[in-house]
Structures are given as C-alpha cells and as structure tokens.
Design a protein. Structure first.
Ligand SMILES: NC(=O)c1ccc[n+]([C@@H]2O[C@H](COP(=O)([O-])OP(=O)(O)OC[C@H]3O[C@@H](n4cnc5c(N)ncnc54)[C@H](O)[C@@H]3O)[C@@H](O)[C@H]2O)c1
Length: 314
C-alpha cells in the first residue's frame, strides 16, 4: 500500500494525542492524520495541528461526526480519558469506524504489540493498556515463557509534568488495567501495580521496576536472554527503552522460603528487572518516555491494521 493513504482521527489533543500526531506525521507509513479532535479550542494540541495543516474540531466526537472528512476515516485513536472513551465509543461504534484506545478504559481486549499483536485484530475496539503496561507486560511475558510466574508486581514512575488531566482522571483504571494485562497478556497468575507521579524538577525519566516470582527451579540464563530479546524487540519502536542494570535473581529454597501473607510459603526465584524509558522528545522532552512507549505501540498497531486491511481488500 502507498504512504499516507489510510486516514485516521485522533480524539484528545493533550500530551498523548499531540505526541501521536507528530509521530504519524513523521512516519513514512500508511497513516494520514485526517482530523484532530479536542474540546478546548485554545489547547496547544489543536493549535499545533492547525499550524501543521491538519483539520481540527473543538467539538468533541460530535464535531468529528459532522466534519466533511469523517466519511474517509478508517480508525480513530482515543487519547482522552477512560470516562470520555466510553462515551466516544458509544458514539462511534454504530458508524463502523474502529477505535484504538490509548486510555485505560479497557472496553476492548488488550494489545501489547510485541506480545499479542495479531490477536483480536478483527475487533472494532482494541485497548493499548497503559504506559506502565506497555513497558512491563513484555518483561513478564518473557519471564513467563520460561517458568510459572505466580506473582508479578510492577512499580511505574513517571514525571508529574507528563501526566495531563486525562491521565489524572484515569488513575484507578490505570491500576486496574495494568494489573489485568499483566495476567491476561503477561501470563502471571496474580499481579499488583503501583503508580508514582514524581514531582521532581527537573523532571525524571520514566522508570519501571518489575518483580516476578517464578515457582520452583527455573533456568536463569534462559530468563536473562529472553528478557534481553524482548528489550531488543521493544527497542525496534522505542529506542530509549533499556535496562538500567543486569537482571537480578534471588532464590528461595525450602530451607529459606519467602513468606507471602496471601498465599503462604513461596519456594522459587524472584526476578527483578529495572527499566527506564527515554522518549524521542517529539512533543514533551525526552524524560517523557511514557508518552513514546504508548504512542509508538499504538502507531505500530494501527500501521499493522492498515496493512492487514489493505491486504484483505486488494
Ligand atoms: N501521559 C501519559 O504518560 C500517558 C501514557 C499512556 C496513556 N495515557 C492515557 O492517555 C490519555 C490522555 O492522557 P494525557 O496525559 O495526554 O492527558 P491530557 O489531559 O494532556 O489530554 C487529554 C486531552 O483530551 C481532551 N479531551 C477530554 N475529553 C474529551 C472529549 N470528550 N473529546 C475530545 N477531547 C477530549 C482534553 O481537552 C485534553 O486535551 C489518558 O487516558 C491517559 O491515561 C497517558
């Protein structure tokens, strides 16, 4: 298929929506930004879109429905908030325009492209989990490929400056959706998510710590190389995604078990993975890798859908 002949809309003109718009405009892939949709006519995101010649509306999803370009739109990204996504989906579902949801609303099934890109592609609503999920679910999946992960816990810290009102309105959904994806996509049996909005100034890079409890004996070398492979695969679309130190292993033997209040004695290994995510600085500066890990995953997924759709109809 040729470049830029698959029209898309971006709903939400904040941090995520604007970073995504810039990434699509810079890509030589199939997507074309046919509309950017907001609710605040004075927002920086809508002003940038206008200055780049992209059609805009400040009338929300109703404004999008009445734009002359609407009939061409093949897919709408949602970068608003979890609550707004539910209303946007109710408005768009009857039109047949598919949605790629960058909020943690989790109306549709989860998509973490390096783990399950080809699942659910025929569905009208796909959910891109969260920035924390896009950063950590691949790591849990790479550990779960070599043992039973009976528990996964992630601590995800992002700079306060990079979390817009849409993120702050969706914190409960962030926790629930990340935890659910660690199980359903990552393969853990139980999970927990902790999110930190770090107010440090100058702002800090996105940081994630992943703990996996792996039952019984497991091959440390296989887990280490599985994680390294996964980091390389995420690097293909987010070059600033990297381990901050080597993978750590701690063994709990029958003589020295770990006591877990909910489940009792644990015998196995604790795998600890520490990651940071530097962004490309397309919209916010490079500390905001949390934007890139989400928008790059969404871009990769939408480009894949566009190529699949073109292949199916050609
Ligand atoms: N900031 C991050 O690091 C990050 C990472 C991954 C996912 N997310 C998710 O992306 C979403 C946006 O986050 P953000 O940080 O960009 O927030 P933001 O507040 O900067 O952006 C949200 C934008 O949506 C607009 N908006 C609100 N309701 C709308 C509606 N009904 N129709 C059209 N536009 C509407 C707002 O005016 C705002 O411009 C949130 O759901 C968040 O959970 C954020």
């Amino acid at each position: 298929m040729t470049q830029h002949d698959w029209p898309v809309a971006i709903i939400g003109s904040g941090n995520i929506g604007t970073d995504l718009m810039i990434k699509i405009l810079r890509s030589d892939g199939p997507l074309r930004v046919a509309a950017v949709v907001g609710v605040d006519p004075d927002s920086d995101g809508l002003a940038r879109a206008r200055s780049l010649g992209v059609p805009t509306t400040a009338g929300g999803v109703d404004g999008l429905l009445s734009m002359p370009q609407f009939g061409d739109i093949r897919l709408a990204f949602d970068a608003t908030s979890a609550a707004a996504h539910r209303a946007n989906w109710a408005a768009l579902q009857p039109t047949g325009v598919r949605m790629l949801d960058l909020t943690p609303a989790a109306v549709g099934p989860y998509c973490v492209p390096v783990v399950n890109l080809d699942e659910h592609l025929d569905l009208g609503n796909l959910n891109m989990v969260t920035c924390g999920g896009q950063s950590t679910v691949p790591i849990v999946a790479s550990v779960a490929a070599h043992g039973v992960v009976s528990y996964a816990e992630v601590v995800s810290a992002i700079s306060s400056k990079s979390a817009g009102p849409g993120t702050r309105a969706s914190i409960d959904e962030f926790i629930e959706t990340t935890s659910a994806a660690l199980v359903s996509v990552g393969g853990a049996q139980r999970s927990k998510t902790v999110m930190i909005l770090n107010p440090a100034d100058p702002p800090v890079l996105m940081r994630n710590t992943v703990y996996c409890l792996v039952d019984g004996d497991a091959d440390h070398g296989a887990i280490r190389s599985s994680i390294a492979d996964m980091v390389a695969r995420v690097n293909a679309y987010v070059p600033g995604y990297r381990l901050t130190q080597g993978v750590q292993f701690e063994t709990f033997s029958p003589e020295n078990p770990l006591y877990i209040p909910e489940t009792g004695k644990f015998i196995g290994i604790r795998v600890t993975v520490m990651l940071e995510v530097a962004g490309a600085g397309d919209y916010l500066p490079t500390y905001a890798g949390n934007l890139d890990i989400m928008t790059s995953a969404a871009l990769a997924t939408a480009e894949h859908i566009a190529r699949q759709t073109a292949g199916a109809t050609s």
